[in-house]
Write a protein that binds this ligand. Structure first.
Ligand SMILES: [Ca+2]
Ligand SMILES: [Ca+2]
Length: 167
């Protein structure tokens, strides 16, 4: 049919638009994939941080709240307890920083050297566990553990223990 435009193919401009659209689609796929990779890495760090937090909980959960020998004497490690291996009560861990982190059996975890465990032990009010009170002024002790990855805090958790003593 003379004079009628051929309808079956694509014009150059249509081809160019299609190429541009495909390019945009590929670029957004690449961007989505890289953000997924970042999210996944953050998830791995969170799982590791939770694991490392749990190590401190397991390590301290069965320790007495106050030193079995000196009881009220020292908030923190007693004078004859210079190293982690000597810690035998909860407040011995106050201010402890483990980098590389440690396991529940006090072994150094060199495979997780980019992580740090920070432990804080504080006395809290018997009526309000959010309120920190002077050392040894209550029978309740709060343990707070923070896990850092390359100095950035990933996770933090706290729990309260009570010292059951004759009062
Ligand atoms: Ca002790
Ligand atoms: Ca102590």
């Amino acid at each position: 049919m003379p004079g009628r435009r051929y309808q079956g193919g694509f014009s150059l401009i249509e081809v160019l638009i299609a190429i541009i659209l495909i390019g945009i689609a590929i670029a957004s796929l690449v961007a989505a994939n890289s953000s997924f990779t970042k999210t996944n890495a953050a998830g791995t760090n969170l799982s590791t941080a939770e694991f490392l937090l749990e190590q401190i909980r397991e390590l301290t959960v069965l320790l007495p709240v106050v030193d079995p020998l000196t009881e009220y004497d020292t908030f923190g490690p007693e004078a004859d307890e210079p190293t982690l291996a000597d810690y035998d009560d909860l407040d011995d861990f106050d201010g402890a920083v483990f980098s590389p982190p440690i396991s529940a059996d006090r072994a150094t975890l060199n495979n997780f050297a980019a992580f740090t465990q920070q432990v804080t032990v504080e006395n809290v009010s018997k009526t309000n566990f959010e309120q920190v009170v002077a050392d040894r002024s209550s029978y309740f002790v709060r343990v707070t553990v923070k896990v850092l990855f390359n100095s950035e805090e990933i996770i933090s958790a706290g729990w309260v223990r009570a010292w059951y003593a004759e009062q």
